[in-house]
Design a protein around this ligand. Structure first.
Ligand code: BGC
Length: 757
């Protein structure tokens, strides 16, 4: 009798457990986990996309936001909604039109990542990404797959435009400012691609071989800053291997470093492509497989059954996913409008992009005289490149070109060149589109430069005061750029056009301005002596033409500084000998086609270690074309007497900056530190802090104060696994760029400091 009763009780308990259906709330996550079946847990861990249907389990995948990159899947029984993930990073990337719907869903194309970093202005970056985050929210998206924040290791990485800088501090601070802006809107980000994903060639399989010191001081340091200073909801692990292991399967990278050391407590998701070792990924701390495949579900279920995944591991990832889900607007029932204020955002894009431009050269021609009549050359003047290609491409409603921008600022553009360019572009666009067959995903291919006969130039010269020539470059996901004419180098058409313009205009005492509308560094040393002014505008977003015009006409005084070095030549760059600049040489190894691993394709040795960018150039006194941190202004600034004051755990550095010119403007002060000799081998100087003044009127001053901790002066000792701050006298350099030290002060660390990991 007793036995029967017990069985009955057990059965009732079991069946009620089987039908336990708590509905997810912020405060019942554990209860929900308890109620979940194995299949339901796996439904969460393996994401979805509208392209992938997974049978046998509640798919929960509907096309909530057409064109979004992926979703986390729903478990309706427990009140767990699907959430939506979308690219990123220069704005929301969704389909601009929908079937059977006459409304449009364009998003704002913001300045690319490198342009944002060029502002050296975290407050501005946050203002921009607040607007971007509002578009994320209002288009019904929960996570923006951004920012891209890999280090610019080499100028030819095809995705550098998405990324911020060659310096981890500038990259990390810009990333934190970016994330804080987006997340202030109640939506999340996925900082990517973690880590050492510094080339596109064979990006799925390439093994980045990096010393632990270089990882910790350069390639992980920016992620660390972003995690500590902005608490991103998610991190995206990269495709590549790191020192022999896929990053998405590296426990050391995803758990020991990211969570235990940096304090990350959100979700890690894969980049868009599963690796074989789903179980290993999960055990490593990669919580979400995107966009998800049937096999991955099966692997996890099998893994749970054979014990290679513990219940605890499974539940930990599920808990993180649920903690994420309860934060999302979709869970919280936010009624998105599908109608963000694109007009207001466009005007913000216009001013932010102008602050992300760098005046590289100015022999008195800029700002342009307001009555100057302009001869406007270069295909990109009329077909501006707002952003790069690949998943970083944004479907925007329009791009303002430079002609319209100049005219909008009241300038007069000579009409026959525009006419020629319009015809050329219309014709070439059709032939290029036909031959390249590129889809919207990749964005528009850049059209080849138009050849302009010298007699045409000479004739137009007679009726104009100045020539402006825009050089355009584009690149993006999936391939790296080339050290070749038309890419890193100017091609013959561009060189001839530049030479002919300079000949024609200089002969009559008139000037030539070059505008560089590029996504990554190009060679400048061989031609920069020709024009009278050079303005680097990067890929400035959809209002680019207006932003450029604002700088050319002086409506905006340029205050951007280079976030990356422009070397004299490609091979001056320390990473160039270990970079796939010419992957013809690597044929056979591409995509693992060869049995013998091919250098720079199957593996890449980061032989330069920590000597990335200016850390190499300044330590070895290698001449550069434009140094890191460089940028001119229409006014001049004087730095006063600097002060360095020891405070608890570090020092504050302050300096008063005065506008000594005739135009209002902003200045960025960069604080580099030179360490005393004797400790670990160190770069000649390293950026440790920076600050930007507000707009200073002529004669006006402002004191900038920057704080540095002793811990931030440390280098990583690989032998002992200790962060070491050597004792001794540190030189504190107050600089306008890495080579332009305006004043110095001393700081003493009395006793060596060690931080043991
Ligand atoms: C890219 C990611 C992107 C994802 C989703 C991948 O190929 O590397 O940056 O977020 O696709 O579109």
């Amino acid at each position: 009798m007793k036995k029967l009763q017990l069985t009955a009780i057990l059965l009732t308990a079991l069946s009620s457990a089987a039908i336990a259906q708590p509905q997810l709330r912020k405060d019942n996550i554990d209860e929900v986990i308890k109620a979940m079946t194995l299949e339901e847990k796996v439904t969460l861990i393996v994401g979805g996309s509208r392209a992938i249907s997974i049978s046998g389990v509640p798919s929960g995948t509907t096309d909530l936001v057409p064109g979004a990159a992926g979703v986390t899947r729903a478990v309706p029984r427990l009140g767990i909604p699907q959430t939506v993930l979308s690219d990123g990073p220069a704005g929301v990337r969704i389909s601009p039109t929908r079937e059977g719907d006459s409304k449009t869903y364009y998003a704002t194309a913001f300045p690319v990542g490198t342009a944002l970093a060029t502002t050296w202005n975290p407050e501005l970056v946050t203002e921009v990404t607040k607007a971007m985050g509002n578009e994320v929210l209002e288009y019904g998206i929960d996570v923006l797959l951004a920012p891209g924040m890999n280090i610019h290791r080499n100028p030819l990485c095809g995705r550098n435009f998405e990324y911020f800088s060659e310096d981890p501090l500038l990259s990390g601070k810009t990333a934190a400012a970016y994330v804080n802006g987006i997340q202030s809107q109640g939506v999340g980000v996925s900082i990517k691609h973690y880590a050492a994903n510094n080339q596109e060639t064979n990006r799925n399989e390439n093994d980045s071989r990096v010393s632990e010191r270089a990882l910790r001081e350069i390639y992980l340091r920016n992620f660390e800053i972003a995690v500590r200073e902005s608490d991103p909801w998610t991190v995206m692990s990269s495709y590549n291997k790191l020192n022999g292991e896929y990053t998405q399967q590296s426990h050391w990278l995803l758990t020991d470093v990211l969570r235990d050391e940096f304090g990350f407590n959100g979700i890690v998701m894969t980049d868009w492509g599963a690796k074989q070792g789903t179980v290993k990924s999960l055990n490593a701390g990669n919580d979400l497989m995107e966009p998800g495949k049937q096999e991955e579900m099966e692997r996890i279920i099998a893994g749970e059954k054979d014990g290679s995944i513990s219940e605890e591991t499974l539940n930990t990832s599920v808990r993180r996913l649920l903690e994420y889900i309860v934060k999302t607007p979709r869970f919280n029932g936010y009624k998105f409008s599908n109608a963000p204020d694109l007009k207001a955002h466009a005007s913000l894009v216009r001013s932010a992009a102008a602050e992300g431009m760098v005046l590289l050269k100015n022999d008195g021609v800029l700002p342009l005289d307001k009555d100057a009549k302009i001869a406007l050359y270069g295909v990109a003047s009329y077909d501006l490149i707002a952003g790069g290609t690949g998943s970083g491409n944004v479907n925007k409603a329009y791009i303002r070109n430079l002609k319209d921008g100049l005219e909008g600022d009241g300038m007069s553009v000579e009409p026959s060149a525009p006419d020629w360019y319009a015809k050329y572009i219309a014709y070439t666009e059709t032939t290029e589109a036909n031959s390249s067959g590129r889809s919207v995903f990749w964005g528009k291919p850049v059209l080849p430069e138009m050849e302009v006969p010298a007699n045409f130039i000479n004739k137009i010269q007679e009726t104009t005061d100045v020539a402006v020539f825009t050089i355009g470059r584009n690149a993006g996901e999936g391939s790296d750029r080339k050290n070749a004419a038309g890419d890193f180098l100017l091609n013959d058409t561009e060189r001839t056009l530049l030479q002919n313009l300079c000949d024609a205009y200089h002969k009559h005492g008139k000037k030539v301005v070059v505008v560089m509308n590029i996504g990554g560094v190009i060679e400048t040393a061989s031609w920069k002596h020709l024009p009278d002014a050079i303005l680097l505008v990067w890929q400035p977003g959809q209002e680019g033409g207006a932003s450029i015009a604002d700088v050319l006409t002086g409506r905006v005084n340029p205050s951007g500084k280079l976030p990356v070095t422009f070397p004299m030549a490609f091979f001056d760059n320390p990473s160039s000998k270990n970079f796939p600049y010419d992957y013809k040489a690597a044929k056979g190894g591409f995509f693992g086609g060869s049995k013998t691993p091919v250098k720079d394709v199957d593996y890449t040795d980061y032989e330069e270690g920590i000597y990335v960018g200016y850390r190499y150039f300044s330590t070895n006194n290698v001449e550069v074309s434009y140094p890191f941190g460089y940028g001119l202004s229409y006014t001049s600034f004087e730095y006063g007497k600097p002060a360095v004051k020891a405070v608890a755990g570090g020092f504050t550095a302050s300096v008063t900056v005065t506008n000594t010119g005739k135009t209002a403007g902003k200045e960025v002060v960069q604080l580099y530190v030179s360490a005393p000799a004797g400790g670990l081998d160190k770069p000649a100087r390293e950026l440790k802090a920076y600050a930007k003044t507000p707009v200073l009127q002529p004669g006006e001053s402002c004191t900038l104060v920057m704080k540095v901790t002793d811990g931030e002066l440390a280098s990583f000792n690989e032998a002992t696994h200790v962060w070491e701050t050597a004792a001794g006298a540190y030189k504190i350099l107050f600089a306008a760029d890495v080579n332009d030290i305006r004043c110095t002060a001393d700081y003493k660390v009395k006793k060596a400091i060690s931080r043991v990991l």
